[in-house]
Write a protein that binds this ligand. Structure first.
Ligand code: ATP
Length: 221
């Protein structure tokens, strides 16, 4: 077992179209409770396997910056917005691994995202590059069967210390406060002209209002 001196680097990817308190509270609880050194928000520029985002990558990135600005330990990483081509998480983790050869990496994902992991580009490599930290999400159960059930059986741990003592390879399912907020729901609220207050930070509300993006026709990247 390798004992490292640097606290794990959390990686929180997503489309963030737009970012909301479900993302922020989850990231905050994981940062604190798993004793991560930082939580990096990595907005996808061109997210694969889903419909194109409603907002431009630049605006989604700006909203993530606005939402996270006042929280120590929250860091915004714009590499997927700047990179050409589909925003494959495996590419980001390879880069982070090269930049931080010894540091534990923890890829944070919701249970809904974990349930679809086998659709991700080179998904088996993800757990070689990083630990997976899976946050409970309302309405989702941990897979019991199939490749993900097998992966969980082989890699699962309940020991937070395991995330600190190796660079990658373990899966920790962690209970977080359940907030039934989704970007899809927010886009519906905004499209209906309703106020998103208390679902997203006020700074995000202000920027959404200023750009008018989610109230108007879909934007192009
Ligand atoms: P959409 O509704 O557009 O699919 P979303 O709200 O699921 O978006 P994403 O940006 O796709 O947001 O999610 C990024 C990550 O955050 C994913 O790993 C997802 O599981 C997680 N996540 C999103 N909303 C929540 C929530 N309310 N609680 C916990 N995790 C969440």
């Amino acid at each position: 077992m390798t004992v490292t001196m640097t606290a794990p680097l959390g990686v929180f990817g997503g489309t963030f179209d737009p970012i909301h308190y479900g993302h922020l509270r989850t990231a905050f609880e994981l940062l604190q409770e798993l004793r991560l050194g930082e939580m990096r928000f990595v907005p996808a520029g061109d997210p694969p396997h889903r419909a194109p985002p409603r907002a431009t990558a630049r605006l989604r990135l700006a909203l993530v910056r606005a939402a996270t600005a006042d929280q120590p330990g929250f860091v915004v990483d714009d590499r997927e917005v700047l990179r050409e081509g589909p925003s494959y998480t495996v590419l980001t983790l390879r880069e982070l691994r090269a930049e931080h050869p010894l540091r534990p990496l923890c890829l944070a994902i919701g249970m809904d995202a974990f349930a679809g992991l086998t659709e991700w580009h080179r998904w088996q490599e993800l757990v070689e590059l990083a630990h997976l930290v899976v946050a409970h999400r309302p309405g989702w159960q941990a897979p019991r069967d199939g490749p993900l059930g097998e992966l969980l059986a082989a890699r699962r741990t309940d020991r937070i210390a395991d995330l600190h003592e190796a660079q990658a390879g373990r899966i920790l399912v962690h209970a977080v406060t359940q907030l039934e907020i989704s970007s899809t729901g927010l886009r519906d609220i905004l499209a209906a002209g309703r106020d998103p207050r208390y679902l997203v930070p006020d700074t995000v509300c202000a920027q959404i209002r200023a750009t008018g993006c989610y109230y108007s026709e879909p934007s192009t990247r």
